[in-house]
Design a protein. Structure first.
Length: 366
């Protein structure tokens, strides 16, 4: 495993087990990259899980790799199918819900803008309406993105109370999702009426998450790994762009921590950013060169073009609120996150399941 930073952090498997062991946890989007890692973590924590999502898009993704373990009940359905979603939630009667189902790609959103809004905005409204019909206590974490802010592409750290916006359809759809969450929180899950409805809802914002098992199109790490496996040079669209890169276990640890705290204290029913420390942001070029170094060989080409669709060149989050209120800290610096990720992709098929759980255990032991 790669070296990691020694930053203090309160999260660990024992603490999380006290929140989730034997609890019913419903996860939308569990077949996706981040959802699969969340399901693996919940499995280690002893939770009883049920997933609801479209079939996995890639046969070599983490969901498919972990499928032989049968770690969860799995419903392969569309978040837009409202009645089916309501039925599955009502039958399961979850203690927690983590909502990750989404159309998650910026460049794809330019090709299917209306569908992106339908999945991300209406899909979330469908989920929240189903939750409002439950007659028992339920703690809900809605996952959006760091791209919900009206990004001026200047050197500022966006805070949770900054203006929401979005240049591209994906970013705008996620900003709209935050408004939907806020509306339901005020209208149906108001804290002053908690003893009646017993629902606590928070939203979480993180982005540029990397880790093993992601094969999505137009994401830098999957593009790098595909090229390196094929012995090709890596084509890079925007080598100077700066992003808050983080290993997938970083935001997941934040989601799990917030969920546990929120279940005990509804005052955490707010929005929270999860990302790296401000001084730890890297350019795309640095990500590519670090990945090639860890892989052991490879080259890259600058394929910047003014003809490509707009993607923000600079985006940075403030994590001060999560640090102060949740006592959450990132455990891996960006270069360690890249090392952990590339190490995962270098594993042989017969070792990959064990290696995945080894990474989770090591992360939570830091």
């Amino acid at each position: 495993m790669a070296n990691q930073s020694k930053m203090e952090n309160v999260v660990n498997l024992e603490q999380f087990s006290s929140y989730y062991k034997n609890k019913k946890v419903f996860v939308t989007g569990h077949t996706g990259f981040k959802g699969s890692w969340l399901m693996a973590c919940l499995h280690l924590l002893g939770a009883k899980t049920k997933g609801y999502a479209l079939p996995p898009e890639y046969d070599n993704g983490l969901f498919t790799i972990l499928k032989p373990l049968n770690i969860s009940r799995s419903v392969l359905e569309d978040i837009r199918h409202k009645k089916q979603l309501e039925k599955e939630i009502e039958e399961f009667k979850p203690d927690y819900i983590f909502h990750l189902a989404a159309q998650p790609l910026v460049r794809r959103s330019y090709h299917i803008p209306a569908e992106t809004f339908e999945v991300n905005v209406v899909g979330t409204a469908n989920l929240l309406e189903a939750i409002a019909k439950l007659d028992h206590k339920c703690t809900v974490i809605i996952i959006t993105t760091d791209k919900v802010y009206e990004n001026k592409e200047v050197d500022v750290l966006y805070k949770e109370d900054d203006v929401l916006g979005g240049y591209d359809p994906y970013s705008a759809s996620k900003a709209c999702t935050e408004l939907v969450v806020s509306s339901f929180r005020n209208s149906f899950f108001n804290l002053k009426d908690f003893n009646k409805h017993k629902k606590a809802v928070a939203s979480v914002r993180a982005g540029n998450v990397i880790g093993g098992g992601d094969w999505s199109e137009d994401r830098i790490i999957p593009d790098i790994v595909r090229a390196l496996k094929e012995g090709k040079a890596v084509d890079v669209r925007s080598p100077g762009s700066v992003r808050p890169w983080q290993h997938v276990l970083e935001p997941i640890s934040g989601y799990l921590l917030l969920g546990g705290l929120l279940n005990d204290d509804v005052s955490f029913s707010q929005a929270y950013n999860f990302g790296p420390l401000p001084e730890d942001h890297l350019t795309v070029k640095e990500v590519v060169e670090t990945s090639i170094r860890v892989w052991g060989n490879g080259q890259w080409n600058d394929r910047s073009s003014s003809a490509t669709v707009h993607e923000a060149s600079l985006l940075q989050l403030s994590i001060e609120k999560a640090q102060t209120e949740l006592k959450w800290r990132p455990k891996l610096n960006a270069k360690s996150a890249i090392e952990w990720t590339i190490d995962w992709y270098k594993q042989s098929p017969e070792k990959i399941i064990d290696f995945t759980f080894e990474q989770i255990k090591e992360y939570f032991s830091l």
